[in-house]
Design a binder for this molecule. Sequence first.
Ligand SMILES: Cc1ncc(COP(=O)(O)O)c(C=O)c1O
Length: 425
Amino acid sequence: MSTLPAALPVALPCLGEEEAVAAAEVLASGWVTQGPKVLAFEQAFARLTGAPHACAVSSCTTALHLALLAAGVKPGDVVVTVSHTFIATANAIRACGAEPVFVDIDPETLNMCPEALRACLAQDFIPRDGALYYADAARFNGPETLLGRLKPPIGRLAAVLVVHQVGMPADLERILPQAKALGIPVLEDAACALGSQIRLPGRDFEYIGTPHGLSASFSFHPRKVLTTGDGGMLTTADPDQDRLFRLLRQHGMSIPDAQRHNASSVVFEEYLVTGHNYRLTDIQAGIGLVQLGRLEALLAQRRELAAAYSELLAALPGVRTQRQGPDMRSNWQSYVATLPAGADLKTVMEALLRQGISTRRGIMCCHLEPPYSPYWPQGRLPASEAARDHGIILPLHHKMTTADCQRVVAALGQALLDQGREASS
Ligand SMILES: Cc1ncc(COP(=O)(O)O)c(C=O)c1O
């Protein structure tokens, strides 16, 4: 018999018999991809988030690709975003033939720093022919980038891509006006933010996805609050954007096959633009509909666990937690703590693992990974780099109680103490 305490995974999807029944119903119906269940899932998602339009796709990565294309991002452009995010954010920009321009984060919120954005827009771009161009675009000259192979002018600022990191709403109140003043669209990477809310001046709390920028992109990967296995959703208030998403997700086809199937006469489709296959299946959408019904209960539980963590962690010297401003309500998709600068993250994680507690390294920095590091020397984004080096994701899921949070924080406190003792002996 093992003497180890019960293993505590870092995340756990909440899937049950209802999801299995929903998937089986779709299989029995005979229509398994982008059909009636996808439509019903889109409508339910739009109702929930308050978005006029919701378009289902195969993942958040593909959602981001379509959001960028529909916003007019073209080969040779640049998009301002953060490096301290999952690499899909930056990769989606590169998939358009554009390059990310990274700005630093606020170390307390782990989201885009509005002052860093202001400095970047004011100092790193020059106006030309009614647009803004990245002054140093010539340095994006390498095998991974398209910019080095294109003739000038290159580096037009096409969009600002804001990430609501691990579910914590970004400071849209101070970011949106900056982009608006320049006529630049704001796109929201809301991969982790289903159920999160924000209150903008003169408004009540609204769901991320309402949307506040031109469009918002969501993920249904199993690490997210709700899952369909894989999957994504795009929300927008702009009917033209929604039309483009629907065209691009299905090969540029003028009349979707579900519509042709239901037509009473023969209709021929056309292929109007170069599109993609980014469809969500009806099997996934059937599961998604059941998952949406679980959202409020899951959110309430996550918020209770996060509040317990924040209170307990406040007693650990030098440990910081992600700041939630008074106008933000995170869904706490992940709970990130930042360890004191002297602590060794890997040793702490190993000590917790020996106690049966699974953790993950904090959020990555895209600019330190091989596809981006040739253009972004280390040291350029100090707050992002420090957050990566000292961030730890603690377990948070529906099978936990506040007693589990106590156990995790006690083990973390002990690991930090042991490390401190070893360092001073
Ligand atoms: C901020 C962010 N953007 C994009 C993605 C990509 O989502 P997906 O796995 O659905 O493509 C993720 C996934 O974790 C993410 O965290």
